[in-house]
Design a protein around this ligand. Structure first.
Ligand code: HEC
Ligand code: HEC
Length: 263
């Protein structure tokens, strides 16, 4: 090897070693700054009389998971063009819907077994995680790389799920955890039923309505009977005697003329 080439080779070797160190140092620094994985559980406050909540074994509620879900829910970063967050349509002050729209409210979803107006997500394996994944991947078309490159999100996902790389699965899981905390169980009606000193009581008309609702007279309780006011099933309540396909909800149920009259 000539004398001129040798120093040059040494230089190259040194440089590549330096580059190697520099890159690893940067990687390590990033990891080191992440908060530790913290799966501290969060206990849902289930209102009295509610059935057990549906919580899949692979996504138990944790404090960090719910906090992350709340942050994501309000962040337009999830939208492909950065225009919308979940809360642009699902407004908290209106039960997480927009009044007068077809946007479904997010209330007591921890007890839902089928989702969307047409109940299209009603298969046996469907849960809130499944629907959230649909919202993230298909509806918002989230560009996950934006979260991966974000200043704070990688650390928050590590803290909540112990993952080094964010995928749409963890995004959906965090959102599902947050949505499970959106519980309505302390309305005036609930307080009245709970009873006790200082709680409100029914007015005369309310009591009348209550009786109608929960007896054969009004006959509402057969379908709206439990504390959730829904039994999670679809019924033909006779809104359309003849289905003509103009009602999105009915039409999308199955397309079968008989089923499609049911809601
Ligand atoms: C542009 C408005 C809009 C945005 C933004 C939006 N949604 Fe929705 N959401 C809707 C509408 C409309 C429906 C009902 C759709 C249907 O039935 O076909 C719905 C339905 C749902 C449902 C089903 C509720 C049920 O009871 O069946 C869930 C869960 C949901 N959205 C979650 C989300 C999440 C999570 C985000 C953010 C990642 C989000 N949505 C963003 C409009 C929106
Ligand atoms: C056979 C079952 C059944 C009976 C009985 C029944 N409902 Fe319903 N109810 C439904 C279904 C199914 C829907 C959903 C319809 C839809 O969204 O298209 C509904 C929707 C409603 C809604 C609208 C809820 C919302 O979020 O928009 C109200 C209010 C309501 N019912 C009140 C009553 C009252 C009051 C009675 C008794 C007089 C009654 N229902 C009896 C099945 C029933």
């Amino acid at each position: 090897m000539s004398r001129q080439v040798q120093p040059f080779l040494y230089f190259l070797l040194l440089k590549s070693v330096l580059i190697l160190f520099a890159c690893c140092e940067r990687e390590n620094n990033r990891d080191v700054n992440w908060p530790d994985y913290d799966p501290s559980p969060l206990q849902l406050e289930i209102p009295p009389g509610f059935p057990p909540a549906i919580i899949p074994a692979d996504n138990p509620l944790t404090q960090k998971g719910v906090n992350l879900g709340r942050k994501l829910y309000h962040d337009k970063i999830l939208h492909i063009d950065g225009l919308l967050s979940c809360s642009s349509c699902h407004l908290q002050e209106y039960g997480f819907t927009t009044p007068g729209s077809a946007i479904l409210p997010h209330i007591n979803l921890a007890w839902s077994r089928n989702f969307m107006w047409d109940g299209k997500f009603n298969m046996i394996n469907v849960n809130l995680e499944y629907v959230s994944l649909f919202e993230v991947e298909d509806f918002m078309q989230t560009d996950v790389s934006r979260l991966i490159e974000h200043e704070h999100y990688p650390g928050l996902f590590h803290e909540a799920f112990g993952v080094k790389e964010i995928t749409s699965r963890e995004i959906a899981y965090a959102l599902a955890q947050f949505m499970r905390t959106q519980i309505s169980g302390s309305a005036r009606y609930d307080l009245i039923l709970a009873g006790g000193i200082g709680t409100p009581v029914f007015t005369g008309q309310e009591l009348w309505g209550y009786e109608l609702f929960f007896t054969e007279k009004g006959d509402c309780f057969h379908c709206h009977g439990n504390k959730l006011f829904t039994d999670n099933k679809f019924y033909n309540i006779g809104l359309d005697s003849l289905f003509e396909g103009s009602n999105k909800r009915l039409y999308l149920t199955t397309g079968n003329p008989d089923r499609s009259r049911k809601i």
